[in-house]
Design a protein around this ligand. Structure first.
Ligand SMILES: Cc1cc2nc3c(=O)[nH]c(=O)nc-3n(C[C@H](O)[C@H](O)[C@H](O)COP(=O)(O)OP(=O)(O)OC[C@H]3O[C@@H](n4cnc5c(N)ncnc54)[C@H](O)[C@@H]3O)c2cc1C
Length: 396
């Protein structure tokens, strides 16, 4: 079976490269052809960017594209779409949604953002208050979202709203795809510690969303949102980068430039290198184990570990740089990057950006709660609002 799969993937790679040499094509055109050859998300069905084979082959496809001089940066430039939106559309969208949205998402012709967090509902996402009220075949949306990565570039947003305040919080939610160019959508930048504004706050004032842009049933937005979040954790924590790349590459580079050669620092660098490699191999193993469909709570393990490790290694690299590590030569000038700064090659920016790793995509405390309750089977937190209508839950 695996040999069959390998042969199919190989044949598609060869066919793709024969007609679309990765190094010589405009990126978007290549990504379109990659999608059409079923090599966008190999585990997706044929006709929707996949071949219906094990997701483990994707790493091989990506490696071959980069080796041939092509780019896989669409996965980072459209991380909310490709990393999280695609899996959500596959699990909960209609075939029409899938055919309409997946290809331009993969080519980055249409950037996506995630509109979940609110000022009063981040970790407690189900407490959100942005409302959607039905009027015939249209929903009227009002409210505010916050920390929305790439919303300033996005054509489409993944939006969770409250459609029924008279039932407990998880039961009254409905999930939509929203056109970010619709009237009443106001995107405002938020300045980050790096100086960049990669995320935003988004206000909705009487925004009209047609009912055919709903994902899942009315009132079942929570389970759709869970699909997005599980994909998010895998997308954030489960990326399989080449050996020795990412944060550990910064640390090794800083080590090579330092005149410090004490055994303690060397030992620490080695320990981080080994931990990075163990994490990389674990991500590969988890990827192999994952079957098509919604990823499980293992994604939380990867997310938790990645956030801690990334913070520690980027701090260590800055320490190795000595006094130079204390500066921020490029300054804090406001700019709006077109991809998330996690992939930066600059150790100063990487250090500052890594501070967000234990917050974005669900905080480390929440990851620990998920692991405690869902993996280890420990008693859950007391939930005082479980059977109370959302309208009656006290809020500040
Ligand atoms: C760089 C970045 C990008 C982001 N991008 C997006 C995006 O694109 N779209 C989007 O919708 N959101 C995005 N977020 C928001 C992110 O998902 C939230 O910030 C996160 O879920 C935490 O919510 P909060 O900020 O409201 O903090 P709160 O929920 O108020 O938490 C504050 C603190 O209390 C702790 N805490 C809360 N509840 C518990 C509990 N039950 N047990 C233990 N500890 C608890 C938290 O861990 C945290 O330390 C982004 C955030 C960052 C930093």
């Amino acid at each position: 079976m695996a040999t069959d799969e390998r042969a199919r993937v190989e044949a598609q790679i060869e066919a793709l490269f024969a007609s679309y040499p990765p190094a010589d094509m405009p990126e978007q055109q290549f990504w379109g052809a990659q999608y059409d050859h079923g090599l966008a998300w190999v585990q997706f069905p044929e006709g929707l960017g996949g071949l219906g084979v094990s997701p483990r082959w994707q790493a091989e496809v990506n490696r071959r594209i980069e080796e041939a001089g092509g780019s896989i940066r669409n996965r980072f430039n459209n991380v909310l779409g490709i990393g999280m939106g695609a899996g959500t559309l596959l699990a909960h969208g209609t075939e029409e949604h899938q055919r309409r949205f997946l290809r331009p998402m993969f080519t980055t012709e249409e950037i996506w953002c995630q509109l979940f967090s609110e000022p009063g509902a981040g970790s407690d996402l189900a407490a959100l208050s942005t409302t959607a009220v039905r009027e015939g075949d249209t929903w009227i949306v009002n409210g505010q979202k916050v920390w929305n990565t790439l919303a300033h570039l996005a054509k489409w947003g993944l939006l969770v709203t409250r459609t029924d305040p008279d039932v407990p919080k998880h039961a009254g939610l409905t999930y939509f795809v929203v056109d970010m160019e619709a009237e009443g959508v106001d995107v405002r930048p938020l300045h980050q510690i790096t100086g960049e504004a990669e995320f935003n706050e988004v206000y909705f004032t009487d925004v009209h969303i047609p009912d055919d842009l709903r994902l899942g049933e009315v009132g079942e937005g929570w389970s759709v949102a869970m699909t997005t979040l599980m994909n998010e954790r895998v997308a954030i924590g489960g990326q399989v980068a080449p050996r020795g790349s990412g944060a550990i590459a910064h640390a090794v580079a800083a080590w090579e430039q330092t005149d410090r050669d004490d055994a303690v620092a060397r030992d620490q660098l080695l320990a981080y290198w080994i931990e990075s490699e163990a994490m990389r191999l674990t991500a590969i193993r988890a990827g192999e184990a994952a079957k098509r469909g919604t990823p499980g709570p293992e994604g939380s393990t990867a997310k938790l570990h990645w956030a801690d490790l990334n913070k520690s290694i980027t701090s260590f690299a800055i320490d190795l740089m000595g006094a130079e590590g204390m500066t921020y030569p490029q300054g804090y000038a406001f700019s709006r990057p077109d991809l998330t700064a996690n992939r930066t090659e600059d150790p100063h920016k990487a250090f500052l950006r890594a501070r967000a790793n234990s917050i974005e995509g669900g905080t480390s405390e929440i990851m620990k709660n998920i692991l405690g309750e869902r993996v280890l089977g420990l008693p859950g937190e007391p939930r005082v609002d479980k059977n109370v209508a959302w309208r009656d839950v006290p809020r500040s």
